[in-house]
Design a protein around this ligand. Structure first.
Ligand SMILES: C[S@@+](CC[C@H](N)C(=O)[O-])C[C@H]1O[C@@H](n2cnc3c(N)ncnc32)[C@H](O)[C@@H]1O
Length: 363
């Protein structure tokens, strides 16, 4: 296989992992707690899905009536597009459910995506649930960028999924252009993307209530650990409106539960930006009015009424902050120094570069 085909196969394979029901449940409950009617009368689209493997379709189909949904649409990506690069794999769903269906077509089953729709009680058992899902082949392979899936996006009120991470930037741009409500899973690393961070800064996108799942199911039934996933959304939830309870600087150094913080007597000031470094979110002091660099996990606690986000000193977005270039002589003392990243000097004159920091200021 040519090198770039191999790379594509690798990326495609890495995209094949499925969200667990409990993680979907926990996150959706946060929106429902804040607004019990959040899904009422809405058309929900679940793109990049696959009802055999995915719990998103199961979750919304089983709660169709309870949530008062108008319509549920989910689309799946063609087997051929998914697996062709590294060996085809016919799923149980294909062999059992699909093959026994009247519209089964061996060729289409490989090359076409599918659309699943739920909007009424088709089997006349008195309730609307998973068993009333109707499916058919799409014209194309179900790529979210295709015109037919774009038309479904435009029909929907809310878009919810765990999209392919290898196409995350494109997926986010595809979502934002449509100006819809959404809840999607991504890697925490993507917060610094230029397609994402400006919207976080402007409070147009925020993190969901929970972290993403810790483990995702793979098609072979095994689980893949992923410690750094989160939900991105523009639907409101309660935690965004709960300000952090903070201590004064003096009390932080005296009472912090962390030994490393209790051993400090001041916060370091960055050498290349006018801000102080706060190494832990629970050490943010209530009495500092300037700019503070805090760990990116702050976004889980971010209440826009309490803090303003100034920027992120990482990735695409770090460059826009205007950090001063570091003195080249310092490189001898710390090889990891980079222009566009924050650093401060320890008492012994050694430069220290903290992990990714979000720059915030008290409102
Ligand atoms: C991370 S998995 C998540 C699946 C499902 N949403 C879930 O969480 O259980 C991403 C899915 O997107 C599919 N996919 C990859 N590229 C795609 C594309 N261009 N358009 C639509 N789906 C795609 C993959 O086949 C994979 O099933």
């Amino acid at each position: 296989m040519a090198n770039n085909t191999l790379q594509k196969a690798k990326a495609a394979k890495q995209d094949e992992f499925y969200t667990q029901l409990v993680d979907i449940q926990n996150e959706m409950n946060a929106y429902l707690d804040y607004n019990p009617d959040v899904f009422r009368g809405k058309t929900i689209l679940l793109p990049c899905d696959d009802p055999e493997w995915s719990n998103f379709t199961l979750f919304f189909a089983q709660n169709f009536e309870r949530f008062g949904l108008k319509k549920l649409i989910s689309t799946s990506y063609a087997i051929e597009s998914k697996y062709n690069l590294y060996g085809s794999q016919l799923s149980l769903f294909e062999t059992d459910f699909e093959k026994t269906s009247k519209q089964y077509d061996a060729k289409k089953s490989q090359s076409r995506g599918k659309i699943f729709v739920l909007d009424k009680d088709c089997n006349a058992d008195g309730c609307i649930n998973y068993h009333d899902l109707k499916w058919e082949y799409l014209k194309g392979d179900g790529d979210f960028r295709s015109d037919e899936v774009k038309a479904l996006r435009d029909e929907a009120d809310i878009i919810i999924t765990n999209p392919p991470f290898s196409l995350f930037r494109e997926f986010m741009a595809w979502l934002l252009i449509a100006k819809k409500q959404f809840v999607i899973i991504g890697s925490m690393m993507s917060i610094s993307y230029k397609e994402v961070f400006p919207h976080i800064k402007n409070n147009k996108i925020w993190l969901g209530r929970s972290t993403g799942g810790k483990e995702y199911k793979k098609p072979d039934g095994s689980f893949q650990k992923m410690g750094n996933t989160c939900w991105f959304t523009n639907i409101d939830h309660g935690r965004r409106h709960q300000p952090l309870t903070l201590m004064s600087t003096a009390d932080v150094f005296k009472y912090s539960k962390h030994k490393d913080i209790r051993e400090m007597n001041h916060f370091y000031h960055y050498e290349n930006y006018d801000a102080i470094d706060i190494p832990r979110v629970d050490a943010i002091p209530c009495d500092y009015n300037g700019v503070m660099g805090v760990p990116t996990s702050f976004l889980y606690q971010y209440c826009p009424d309490q803090f303003e986000i100034i920027g992120i000193a990482e990735g695409d977005s770090g460059k826009e902050l205007g950090l001063q270039p570091y003195d080249r002589n310092l490189k001898k003392l710390n090889k990891s120094l980079r222009d566009g990243q924050l650093f401060y000097l320890l008492e012994n004159g050694i430069p220290k570069k903290p992990f990714a920091r979000i720059l915030i200021r008290k409102k």
